[in-house]
Design a protein around this ligand. Structure first.
Ligand code: PEP
Ligand code: MG
Length: 323
């Protein structure tokens, strides 16, 4: 089987009836690029920049960040690279920031909330990203966006840093797509409003599931509620994809669900454009997608969206793909 998959390294990802989707990789450091290339990744769909900030005792400088971002952009040789701005807090701590202990860290001061408050940290990262933009196909993505206002504020700060750099005579890429992670239900529910202002969505199901089901993604005791195929999750995913397409934008997914065998047929049917997963899952996903018919999966998706439970959904998917 592994040998069969290996043949797909340089192939595009196309369904049996000719529909193309993009298979991208999630990375944490420039070192991960080797795996992306070896496994035929068509893009980096999520570069988790937190790792630049973790396991050290002070913030990374603009230069350090610039070097890392440039390495990733160049390493992908012009293929898209979605860099997520700092997503610290929740499960990812930064001891040297001395943030107050919170009762509910997952619902607390983290990610974009922290970046909009501690603006120097945010602006340093944005400057490093903007300077690196000329070395490849950079797309910038904000994590944990809950309101349109947060997106507008973050975008305004990015625009200010762009202006400053341009005044200093620094070369920037002409077009840098700007998107958001959809991982908070409030954002999924009004995705139609966001779609008018963002260039793309990437659905972060790891968090979207925990916030929709109100079940901590790290708590074994409630892990039975962590249900990617629950119709409530599938409906939110559908809303996000439909909203994007209505405005001519693209929608991806960078949570674990994007590389999941049972989820992939549904996601193809819902029209997801980009699937971002760990590099080692890419070839298997490509081989699964190659055998699916988009139009059959559309029929499947429209059925499972109307179901009541996870179990029914899983049964319907199994029946559809063993045809
Ligand atoms: C997600 O929430 O789905 C996601 C991709 O981000 P992380 O796992 O880094 O929270
Ligand atoms: Mg997340």
């Amino acid at each position: 089987q592994k040998e069969e998959w290996a043949k797909l390294v340089n192939e595009k990802t196309v369904t049996a009836d000719g529909h193309h989707v993009e298979l991208a990789a999630n990375i944490g450091t420039p070192k991960d690029l080797k795996g992306v290339v070896e496994n035929g990744g068509e893009a980096v769909g999520l570069y988790r920049t937190e790792f630049l900030y973790m396991d050290r005792d002070q913030l990374p400088t603009e230069e350090e960040q610039f070097t890392a971002y440039k390495a990733v952009l160049e390493g992908m040789g012009g293929k898209p690279v979605v860099v997520r701005t700092l997503d610290i807090g929740g499960d990812k701590e930064l001891p040297y920031l001395n943030l107050p202990k919170e009762m509910n860290p997952f619902l607390g001061y983290r990610a974009i909330r922290l970046c909009l408050e501690e603006q120097e940290i945010f602006r340093t990262q944005l400057r490093a990203l903007l300077r690196a933009s000329v070395y490849g196909n950079l797309k910038i993505m904000f994590p944990m966006i809950a309101t349109l206002d947060e997106f507008r504020q973050a975008k305004a700060i990015l625009e200010e840093e762009k202006q400053k750099l341009q005044t200093e005579g620094v070369q920037l890429a002409e077009k840098i797509e700007l998107g958001i992670m959809v991982e908070i239900p409030s954002t999924a529910v009004i995705a139609d409003q966001f779609a008018k202002e963002v260039d793309f969505f990437s659905i972060g199901t790891n968090d979207l599931i925990q916030y929709t089901m109100a079940a901590d993604r790290m708590n074994q005791q409630v892990s039975y509620l962590y249900q990617p195929y629950n119709p409530s999750i599938l409906r939110l995913v559908k809303m996000v994809i439909d909203a994007a397409h209505k405005e001519g934008k693209w929608a991806g997914m960078c949570g674990e669900m994007a590389g999941d065998e049972t989820a992939i047929p549904i996601l193809i049917g819902l029209g997801l454009d980009e699937f971002s997963m760990s590099a080692t899952s890419i070839l298997k996903a490509r081989s699964i997608i190659k055998d699916l018919s988009k139009s059959d999966m559309e029929t499947l998706a429209s059925k499972v969206i109307e179901m009541g439970t996870t179990e029914e959904v899983v049964e319907a998917v199994n029946a559809a793909i063993s045809l």
